[in-house]
Design a protein around this ligand. Structure first.
Ligand code: RIB
Ligand code: CA
Length: 331
């Protein structure tokens, strides 16, 4: 299994990267590349953040590139109030030059085959929509696409009806659902908001991560997100949307869903980013999504605990990693 993560780290994107790097260390998958969109912060800063988190997780070798700097049509809005001034809460990634050859990375990955290639998008869908326009033949080859986004028949977190990723770039979301070569596995708020991180679990994870570099940063990265959730009435805890979306999209946690047709409103000022699933088939259009309706969140946290264990063993240079690899693969 090879994975492209297209993300906007972003605090919950960081948890997805921690899990993906552990899975790569354990040989469960190959992390082909990380590309970034503007969303939680600017794509270039997201790339700086992603590269830093990769190195803190012992995998600096993974190619990182900044994608489109602006949404397709809308003016860029970022959310420092949610993810912090530079996107990683109270932490700040070191300055560094970032690559921009994101679409070349995608084309190269697609040319190596797509049966085992999984694209997971955990930020606005700007890159995916731009890729569809610039490289239609490669786009048509994609077989596994997962998206974290939308608030389908569920309250929005950005407007009463829109979720952040779809609201930032609604034209990209609408275009991708209109053109996708395969039904998109859609992990929307109704499911991802259940992935709740508590301070107690964070403390356990940081303890389990041991000497790994990211263990030192995670408390300050996450504290900002706890405070944000408390300010918006969710309590002192944090919704780790993107980690759950990755685990669902790659098939590591049990989930259920239904094939349907999704569309996204792009031009109405009031309903911008609102996603609708035609659950009754009234439109009579080709299905373009598999809307996830349930997921085993406890199993997802079990995988994150496993990831912390893997990282600690890698950081300690522990030969038992092989046993751990076999044990988890048998579970
Ligand atoms: O609405 C939640 C999504 O928006 C998550 O991907 C989070 O990182 C933000 O990008
Ligand atoms: Ca994100």
């Amino acid at each position: 299994m090879r994975v492209i993560l297209d993300c906007d780290p972003g605090i919950d994107d960081t948890y997805a990267i921690i899990w993906l790097t552990a899975a790569a260390h354990a040989g469960l998958l190959e992390l082909d590349c990380l590309t970034t969109t503007s969303g939680n912060t600017h794509a270039e800063q997201c790339a700086r953040n992603a590269a830093w988190v990769l190195s803190l997780c012992g995998l600096p070798i993974v190619p990182v590139a900044a994608g489109c700097p602006e949404p397709l049509v809308c003016e860029l809005t970022t959310t420092p109030e949610t993810h912090g001034e530079t996107g990683l809460g109270y932490a700040t990634a070191p300055e560094r030059e970032v690559a921009r050859d994101w679409d070349t990375l995608w084309c190269d990955a697609i040319e190596r085959g797509t049966d085992d290639l999984y694209l997971v998008v955990t930020g606005p869908m700007t890159n995916l929509a731009a890729f569809a326009e610039a490289h239609p033949e490669h786009y048509a080859e994609l077989k596994h696409i997962t998206v974290m986004g939308g608030a389908v028949n569920y309250p929005g977190n950005t407007t009463p009806s829109a979720e952040w990723n779809f609201w930032v770039d609604p034209h990209a979301a609408a275009e991708v659902f209109a053109t996708t070569p395969v039904p998109i596995t859609l992990c929307s708020l109704g499911v991802t908001e259940r992935m709740l991180l508590t301070p107690e679990r964070l403390e356990r994870c940081v303890g389990a991560l041991g000497p790994l570099g990211v263990a030192k940063q995670l408390p300050e990265i996450t504290r900002f997100y706890f405070e944000f959730h408390e300010e918006v009435g969710e309590g002192y805890r944090a919704q780790i949307h993107d980690l759950l979306a990755v685990l669902i999209g790659l098939g590591f946690v049990e989930h259920s869903g239904r094939v349907t047709t999704v569309d996204v409103e792009a031009d109405s000022p009031l309903m911008r980013g609102t996603s609708v699933a035609d659950l009754r088939g009234i439109w009579g259009r080709e299905p373009n999504a598999r809307l996830v309706t349930e997921a085993d969140v406890e199993a997802a946290w079990g995988w994150f605990d496993w990831a912390c264990e893997v990282h600690a063993k890698v950081a300690a240079g522990d030969a038992e990693l092989t046993q751990l690899r076999h044990r988890r693969a048998e579970d």
